[in-house]
Design a binder for this molecule. Structure first.
Ligand code: TRP
Length: 464
């Protein structure tokens, strides 16, 4: 490939700031505000949080740099980028499979992500209607339980969210989300700070902090380490080509190292803030931190029901949550859409319709997981060790994608970028100082792959 052809046919970000915003928009989403608190709750808090933070620093950031770098060098959808780079580096063409693994993971994640985003959307209207004003913890919980037991309404909200996502994707990322995220993300941040003041007023703020930050390593099992690692990938949007495809629209001069660090810091802050809001409210109202996927929908409305101007703040909060989910969901499907446009010669609109429809269809399984299929469960064991047991369709998809497909994708990305690509190529593309480059190379060659493999082997019982 000659140097001249290296811009993407899908366009390019206007500048470095826009890339950071888009990638932060992808990273910050339901993962931070909905998922992080409930999995931290289910896995015992502090020790889990520490493992998660370590994974962000030593696995997440270097792999993010690798993904952006591969994307910018390949300048195409992840599948075609991987085949082009494999050819360029004299590696087998089967590296394109890594792109396919990513496309599959993106479909599966978006299918259930959209269902939860639909919950958030419905909570915009529910909060605005004032039903939560003065509601008790029990009242709030029963509103939630009634809501998720109704498949028609979950399906309707899932459908609306999917359509909204595909509209943005079909218009091209640049004209859609790029502008919106620059206002929305900072506002979301401010709202979280306001909510922190409320959670300080509950009298349980320090119990919350204690739960979130005091590690009790006896609660840490092999599977909770896997969940923490999987979540580091999930929350940074890594391992499936989303960040790679965003990297393919990145102007040449931008520093990949600095941008990646900024994205990771912003993402981590939002997750920690969300935890600092949710746990004090949960403890103040005798709610279980391990309540599962309903946690934020059972805690936050209590706060909104008691606060001054709670209807307004609550409504605004769920609006922003929906936007955060929206700017994430487009990145989940962009690799597939870009590939269809590149390889099948169809328009972006047609590609979006097909991808959206397929994702929507799979999402129905997650809709039903909370009601008609609540008792229909799956288990997975590998080499005689159970990876998960009696999980609903929704939980199974989540576990399979976040804990297995993303770390696996990340592992191969690290191996390709660290070992199979000439260091001449990666050095040129990353364009950082010698020291920074060497540190990155060490992390991506040795530390990240070993960490991922150790966690995998531990879970399947090969190492105890
Ligand atoms: N990071 C997003 C969140 O935390 C979700 C997401 C967007 C994602 N794109 C992704 C997860 C790609 C994995 C891979 O909500």
């Amino acid at each position: 490939m000659s140097e001249e052809v290296r811009t993407s046919i899908h366009g390019q970000w206007s500048n470095r700031m826009v890339f950071i915003l888009a990638a932060t928009g992808s990273a910050v989403g339901l993962g931070n505000i909905w998922k992080f608190p409930y999995i931290a709750g289910e896995n015992g808090g502090g020790a889990f949080v520490i493992v998660y933070l370590i994974c962000i620093a030593v696995i997440g950031v270097p792999i993010m740099m690798a993904e952006v770098m591969l994307g910018r060098r390949g300048r195409q959808s992840p599948i075609n980028t991987m085949s082009a780079l494999a050819a360029e580096e004299g590696r087998p063409a089967s590296w394109a499979l890594l792109g396919w693994l990513g496309v599959a993971a993106g479909f599966l994640i978006l299918s259930y992500y959209s269902v939860i985003a639909g919950w958030a959307l419905s909570y915009v209207f529910r909060t605005a209607s004032g039903v939560f004003e003065g509601a008790t913890a029990d009242g709030v919980s029963s509103i939630f339980t009634n809501f998720i037991s109704n498949p028609e309404s979950l399906l309707a909200w899932h459908t609306i969210f999917m359509v909204a996502t595909m509209i943005i994707v079909s218009r091209g990322v640049k004209n859609g989300i790029e502008r919106a995220v620059s206002y929305l993300m900072p506002t979301l941040f401010v709202l979280l700070i306001i909510l922190i003041f409320y959670s300080m007023s509950t009298g349980y703020f320090f119990e919350g902090l204690d739960f979130l930050f005091t590690p009790d390593f006896s609660k840490l099992t092999a599977s909770s380490v896997l969940v923490a690692m999987g979540h580091a990938f999930f929350t940074l949007s890594l391992g499936m080509g989303a960040i790679m495809v965003y990297g393919s629209y990145l102007p040449k001069e931008t520093s990949i190292a600095k941008s990646s660090m900024m994205i990771a810091v912003a993402d981590t802050l939002v997750a920690l803030l969300a935890g600092m809001v949710i746990f004090p409210i949960a403890f103040a109202n005798n709610l279980e931190p391990g309540a599962g996927p309903g946690l934020i929908f059972q805690t936050l409305p209590i706060a909104f029901g008691q606060m001054e101007a709670g209807v307004l703040i609550g409504t605004l909060f769920f609006v922003l949550l929906v936007f955060a989910a929206w700017s994430s969901s487009i990145s989940l499907i962009e690799p597939a859409v870009a590939w269809l446009v590149e390889n099948k010669g169809i328009s972006r609109v047609a590609a979006s319709v097909w991808c959206g429809f397929a994702t929507w269809l799979v999402g129905i399984g997650s809709v039903l997981s909370f009601n008609l299929w609540a008792k229909k469960t799956w288990s997975l064991s590998l080499f005689g060790e159970t990876l998960f047991e009696n999980k609903t369709f929704f939980d199974t998809l989540d576990g399979l994608t976040a804990n297995i497909m993303l770390p696996m994708g990340g592992l191969f990305i690290a191996i390709f970028a660290g070992w199979l690509m000439k260091s001449e190529s990666s050095k040129k593309e990353l364009n950082t100082k010698e020291k920074g480059y060497n540190l990155w190379l060490l992390l991506v060659r040795v530390v990240a792959p070993i960490a991922v493999m150790v966690v995998f082997l531990n879970v399947i019982g090969v190492i105890k």
